[in-house]
Design a protein around this ligand. Structure first.
Ligand code: AMP
Length: 281
């Protein structure tokens, strides 16, 4: 695996791949990698000749009181993990490479409907930062396919929409949530959890599973939501940020349960760590 830090250098390689008609699969990340990220790499390798992973902690998608400065970073560890699964290229640009001072980058706005709920409401401007950086990375990497985890379900829909609206000829592929053996969705932010918080965090997924069983048994959506609110309230030092039960395609709030087309989106602070999860039901 090679690590490349400049757009110019990466461009030269990409031109070579394009000439040789080798397809490129792209996995954008913020680093501090885990098996969830590696599952995207493996999926890309199945479908493309070349797999490029980027690690870039994008300042524009963090709010002023969020964890940009202390977001976990460990390049050597990430390089080792990526090499262990035979990634072709790690693109590891500086902020100046992604947002050059004298060449303006197009600033995009996330689709209003898709970003007007859940994380979009709780993190104003977050998805604008996400679509802007992903579009910039698409312009640099020029992949045929790009891979995103369904753990960040709303992000997946927002990016898919952006790719359509901006007419990128890139297939946006959603990959299943990878979980720890106890059910906690893998996340770089799990590193922040204290031992007690870590042992309580899997309850989020357990509560979603029980809520799903209630929905399937045709319990009213409002009651299911209340069940989730009450159950999260029982987890020590946990605070519910939001719970939304939505149509899985539009992520509009719904009062009607449609099997396999309904999704529960949740964000919970466990201590100070904000964890998200979801479940299609
Ligand atoms: P991040 O580094 O958190 O920005 O994530 C980079 C990509 O990895 C995003 O597409 C995430 O949705 C995906 N990802 C993160 N955690 C998981 C997980 N547990 N399972 C599957 N994909 C994930």
């Amino acid at each position: 695996m090679i690590t490349i830090t400049t757009v110019t250098e990466l461009n030269q390689l990409i031109q070579k791949y394009k000439l040789a008609k080798q397809t490129i699969g792209f996995v954008p990340t913020m680093g501090y990698l885990h098996e969830g990220h590696l599952s995207l790499v493996k999926q890309s390798q199945k479908q493309n000749a070349i797999t490029i992973v980027s690690i870039f902690v994008n300042p524009t998608q963090f709010g002023p009181n969020e964890d940009f400065a202390k977001y976990p970073r460990d390049l050597a560890r990430d390089q080792q993990l990526l090499a262990s699964v035979n990634t072709d290229i790690l693109f590891y640009p500086s902020v100046e490479e992604v947002y050059p001072k004298f060449t303006p980058v197009k600033n995009l706005t996330a689709d209003v409907r898709l970003s007007n709920v859940a994380c979009g409401l709780k993190r104003p401007g977050h998805f604008d930062g996400v679509v802007t950086v992903v579009a910039r990375l698409f312009d640099i990497v020029q992949p045929e396919r790009s891979y995103f985890g369904l753990k960040d379900y709303q992000q997946f829909l927002v990016i898919k929409k952006m790719a359509e609206q901006q007419k990128y000829n890139i297939e946006i592929i959603g990959c299943p949530i990878v979980r720890e053996p106890d059910g906690l969705a893998m996340s770089s932010r799990n590193k922040y959890l204290s031992a007690t918080h870590r042992s309580n965090a899997p309850q989020i997924n357990q509560i979603l599973q029980s809520a799903k069983a209630l929905l399937i048994k045709e319990t009213e959506i409002a009651k299911v939501k209340q069940y989730i609110v009450d159950s999260i309230g029982q987890i020590p030092e946990a605070t519910l940020d939001y719970i939304e039960i939505c149509n899985a395609d539009t992520i509009e709030s719904t009062n009607v349960y449609i099997p396999n087309k309904t999704i529960m989106l949740i964000a919970v602070f466990v201590g100070k760590t904000r964890l998200i999860d979801n479940g299609v039901c």
